[in-house]
Design a protein around this ligand. Structure first.
Ligand code: PMT
Length: 408
């Protein structure tokens, strides 16, 4: 199990893939700090250095900070075989060039594709950010001004520059924006929406409770509903941590995922994540019972009948509520009958703000692509209808965001 620690900054860039382009300039050393800042917020970064950049900082520095080999050329056969430059352009959610030298900006204006970084900027479908850094006279030059105007018209986003003392001894505009300012601009770019700056935890999928080293008790949950909810909440700008039981679902974009196996693992990860959470959504089908004892060796099939003594698992939502009375807590209810009655019982007993209820069994809800949801709160409720889990998750996320805002 892996989980974020309480002291780390919120993972507002979790799952975001960023190409960090570094061009030739003394400010290249600041790009190392930027790489660190992006990583600590959960971003995946691929550093691409121009030849000029390598005159100022060694690729090894960025390799250590980013955890990936640095790309420096279009003509590296091994790197291209692993991920070609067009694939890399598709992979990136954003390209950030920091520092962007005057020469690089001019080459971007010309639409050059004679090195890896310019090629990526041309091939990228996502946004391109440039953080210019140069001597103040170069910055003030008409050529640079015109180049920036052209790039702006084409949709390239400009971050800075700042003004102040320059490495060349002059004073004026042309200093690269500070790494934290660039990082914050990226966070803002990725987290617009009603849940921006809101930390969300979602549990999803089944849990698996071991009987012996080869056998487990589990249930039919595929994780589809919970994963869709996590993706929808991230789509509203939330910083989402998804605590997932065993499932084959792909992690939604922009979501930080923590994989767990048992109810006890899920409780542990939930406790850690809840410490910094504003909203907690329990969509997981957590096992209610587990074998009281887990055999250390495979149980041999000797007896015609096998009795297994089961014990209750801890209730995750209840534990989270007890520790965090003010947290906006959302549960799910999976029922085979008397949907509203049982859902309202759970709403009250677990002290939830909201519960999403679905009928299950007989081919309903579990492992299906569509579902029917009703949502209840203390003095109200709403039918979200029958739709794909992706659509229902969007409706539910919008409702959660609205009621969370009303409460906070
Ligand atoms: O994963 P899919 O195949 O897409 O299916 C979706 C789903 C049917 C699993 C989902 O929509 C759903 O209903 N999830 C909750 C399933 C469930 O365990 O419901 P419950 O009524 O047994 O539990 C009530 C609530 O308590 C749930 O929020 C559950 O996460 C939570 N719980 C349950 C047991 C436990 N030990 N700790 C808990 O926190």
């Amino acid at each position: 199990m892996s989980a974020s620690s309480t002291n780390s900054p919120p993972l507002r860039l979790a799952g975001r893939r960023i190409v960090l382009g570094v061009t030739g300039g003394i400010a290249a050393y600041k790009a190392a700090e930027l790489a660190r800042r992006l990583k600590e917020m959960g971003a995946e970064i691929q550093v691409v250095m121009t030849e000029g950049a390598q005159q100022f900082v060694a690729p090894r520095t960025f390799q250590a900070l980013s955890g990936r080999s640095v790309r420096t050329t279009l003509w590296d056969e091994a790197a291209e075989a692993a991920m070609g430059h067009i694939e890399l352009a598709r992979w990136a959610d954003a390209v950030v060039v920091a520092p962007a030298s005057a020469d690089f900006l001019a080459r971007l204006v010309q639409g050059r594709a004679d090195d890896l970084l310019t090629t990526l900027c041309l091939a990228s479908a996502g946004p391109v950010f440039v953080a210019p850094a140069m001597n103040q006279k170069m910055w003030a030059h008409k050529a640079t001004r015109e180049n920036l105007a052209v790039l702006k018209k084409r949709g390239v986003r400009q971050l800075g520059p700042g003004s102040g003392d320059q490495a060349c001894g002059e004073v004026g505009p042309g200093r690269m924006f500070e790494p934290l300012a660039i990082r914050d601009a990226l966070v803002a770019h990725f987290s617009h929406g009603p849940l921006s700056n809101v930390n969300v935890v979602v549990t999803a999928g089944p849990t698996r409770e071991p009987l012996d080293p080869v056998r487990v008790f589990t249930n039919r949950s595929s994780g589809k509903m919970g994963f869709a909810v996590a993706g929808a909440l991230a789509g509203l700008g939330g910083t989402v941590t998804l605590i997932a039981g065993p499932t084959t679902q792909a992690t939604p974009r922009g979501v930080h995922r923590v994989d767990v196996e048992t109810a006890a693992d899920m409780l542990k990860a939930s406790r850690v994540a809840a410490r910094t959470a504003d909203i907690f959504v329990g969509a997981a089908a957590v096992a209610d019972y587990r074998p009281k004892k887990t055999a250390s060796a495979k149980i041999k099939k000797k007896a015609p009948v096998l009795s297994v003594l089961m014990e209750r698992t801890p209730d995750i939502l209840l534990a989270v509520r007890q520790r965090h009375p003010k947290l906006f807590l959302v549960g799910f209810a999976a029922e085979t009958e008397k949907l509203e009655y049982h859902a309202r019982q759970k709403l009250a007993s677990k002290k939830l703000d909201l519960i999403a209820a679905n009928l299950v069994g007989h081919g309903r809800a579990f492992d299906r692509d569509e579902n029917t949801l009703r949502v209840y709160w203390t003095r109200g409720g709403r039918a979200l209808g029958t739709a794909s889990k992706t659509d229902l998750a969007r409706r539910l996320a919008t409702l959660i965001a609205g009621r969370y805002r009303k409460k906070s």
